[in-house]
Design a binder for this molecule. Structure first.
Ligand code: RAT
Ligand code: ZN
Length: 427
């Protein structure tokens, strides 16, 4: 690996080298719910949005007596005040989601122990959005953010249809949950748009759905297509969902040379009273992934599984199928202890051939604490891996470490999505 005349590292230099390389590598955030500035109000940012993130709302209902029904009637500012009071004033914010708020406040030099939010609100009110987005990405050390774009969400589709200029810092993703998971509830929207589809996906439906995907591919220029799926996901099966996947989505991904991202393991709305915070997790049967990867070798799959119990199997499948790219420690897994466990396992089983993390940020400034946390955990994990290698007798250089970090946090995604090729095609 190392160049002949590059200086090899001493054992005690490894940690600081890993730290420096991680700090100076701008990362690609492969899955978020953030939006480019051109999407205006769709993009969430600022202290009130940060505090009403559904990860925090779930914790709020555990520490406050307020019934959800009353909370949902409050204004956004009142909700944020209630969350601040319950989780930050009356209790110590030691959970991962609450700690994240403290890290963000500190990053912007705002008071972390204040009884109210006046100063933080005034700071965010005075930001120019475009400059603030650029600054936040810089602070997070992120070069590129991958969005989640729903062609059936009215406010968003209107913007796309008017034409949104491409922004290389914000890559699009064609999200297909409504179409794949709930065809009966959505086929009529496609019909209204002029596609000849039917409730049973019969007749011309498949070719018309392909035409729909092709039109949205042209409009969004996505880097992949994506669907989140329940723990009960099976493939193949005799359902409309399976038919849509097999006959429309997978062929479209092949036609446009795009991976399909599957995020598997959600138990939707186990508690609808708490809305977005009310989804749970279940162990999935990953034979569905096995069948997909084996039966569709010309498709590529970006896979994240929500259950901790599915992580080892996912690594085993990644060893069997090179068209499978495991990514991220998603949602309930994005806690230091679990990230550490999953990432060590992936390194041991897959080397650097996976994507360790995505932020899933819904609110802009979350990028700061989520990536700070990932980098912090990666230092220890990579340091240990290199120390073992060093102990076994391999001379390591800074170049080796740079290559590995770049592969994990940039190149695996760029190659899998062909982002590099499309960038060079565009220039
Ligand atoms: O992590 C989350 O915020 C979830 O609510 C989901 O959005 C999930 O990440 C998804 O993309 O479906
Ligand atoms: Zn998400």
């Amino acid at each position: 690996m190392n160049a002949m005349n590059e200086q090899t590292l001493l054992s005690e230099q490894i940690r600081s080298c890993v730290e420096e390389v991680l700090a100076s590598t701008d990362l690609i955030d492969v899955h978020t719910h953030l939006f480019a500035p051109a999407f205006g109000n769709l993009g969430l940012w600022g202290i009130d949005e940060l505090l009403t993130y559904h990860y925090l709302e779930a914790e709020f209902f555990r520490s406050s007596d307020m019934p959800p029904e009353r909370y949902w009637k409050l204004s956004k500012t009142e909700q944020a005040d209630a969350v601040w009071q319950a989780l930050f004033v009356e209790n110590t914010p030691i959970s991962e989601a609450t700690r994240g708020i403290i890290a963000v406040l500190k990053a912007f030099d705002l008071p972390t122990g204040s009884p109210d939010l006046a100063e933080a609100r005034s700071f965010f009110r005075n930001q120019n959005l475009e400059a603030h987005i650029a600054r936040t990405l810089r602070m997070a050390g992120v070069s590129t953010v991958v969005m989640t774009n729903d062609p059936l969400y009215p406010a968003e589709r209107e913007l796309w249809m008017k034409g949104v200029l491409p922004n290389p810092q914000f890559q699009a993703v064609l999200r297909l949950d409504r179409i794949v998971r709930d065809w009966p509830g959505h086929w009529h929207i496609l019909e209204k748009d002029g596609y000849e589809v039917s409730s049973q996906v019969s007749g011309k439906s498949v070719s018309e759905l392909r035409r729909f995907l092709s039109d949205w591919h042209k409009c969004m220029q996505p880097v992949y297509m994506a669907i989140s799926l329940p723990d009960t996901f099976q493939f193949p099966e005799k359902t409309l969902q399976s038919k849509i996947l097999r006959d429309a989505v997978l062929p479209a991904c092949r036609e446009f040379d795009l991976p399909l991202s599957l995020m598997i393991g959600v138990r939707y709305q186990v508690n609808p009273r708490i809305r977005l915070a009310g989804d749970g997790v279940g162990k999935a049967d990953l034979r569905a992934v096995e069948n997909l990867c084996r039966n569709f070798p010309d498709n590529r799959f970006l896979i994240s599984v929500l259950s901790r119990e599915n992580q080892h199997e996912l690594c085993v499948y990644a060893r069997k199928f090179s068209n499978l790219m495991p990514f991220g420690c998603w949602w309930f897994l994005n806690n230091p202890s679990i990230v550490e466990e999953i990432t060590r396992q992936r390194i041991e089983m897959l080397g650097t051939s996976f994507i360790p993390q995505h932020s899933d940020a819904r609110v802009l400034e979350q990028l700061i604490y989520k990536w700070q946390s990932t980098r912090g955990i990666m230092i220890g994990i990579l340091h240990d891996a290199y120390q073992r290698l060093w102990g076994n007798g391999l001379a390591l250089t800074r170049n080796d470490i740079t290559h590995d970090v770049n592969r994990l946090f940039r190149a695996n995604f760029e190659r899998f999505t062909r982002l590099i090729e499309s960038a060079s095609r565009a220039t």
